[in-house]
Design a protein around this ligand. Sequence first.
Ligand SMILES: [Zn+2]
Length: 232
Amino acid sequence: MAPELPFSYQVVRSRRRRTASLVIDMGCVEVRVPALVDALWVDNWVRSKADWIVPRLESQTRALERHAIVIEQGGRFILEGVDFTLGWCRGAKSDVAVSGSQVQLTLSSRIRKDETDAVRELLKRWMVGVAGQRLVARCRELGEQCGLQPSAVQVRDYRRKWGQCNVRGEISLNWRLLHLSPEQRDYVLIHELCHLREMNHGRRFWALVARHCPDYRQYRSALSAAYPYLIW
Ligand SMILES: [Zn+2]
């Protein structure tokens, strides 16, 4: 029997697929293969790619260690790229307070469900509220600076992307952008604003981004390490 691989993987079979391919995403390895390929072939093929897979998986694991939102007493919460210690207690009314290096929640004593779930829900609701003010205002402000005015700016909950701009000139922003450092967040906002003029990722689009955010390359490549913010 072949030695155990240092990682696990998931196989996705498709009748339309003719070749095998690998996707490493959010710390998971996915192998996409034609429907009828046998399991031993898949395993051998994955083994032959291990040298390519392992370093990528390791860098995603490091990103997870650095950027994971940890919902537990004394856990970690990250706002604008800065680490905060998370804690909660029971009280009359649910509330979120940020002071010093602490994010401290009060959970209403009427809440009966699992505390960790309740904390997660309360934090998300709070983030959506903050995003509705801060992110929307920042997007409008940058829009004015860049001469790119969206017709509407709204806050959304996305698991796979940071923002979106549609043909009607409406920009949707992931509330999870509040976890990013201000520079990185501004790059995402500028990126979406630039789509108001260039609805693609062509040369002219990136030239426009570079004009308003000269260091965009650095923020863009660092963004893949921020994926833990998308999965809590
Ligand atoms: Zn884009």
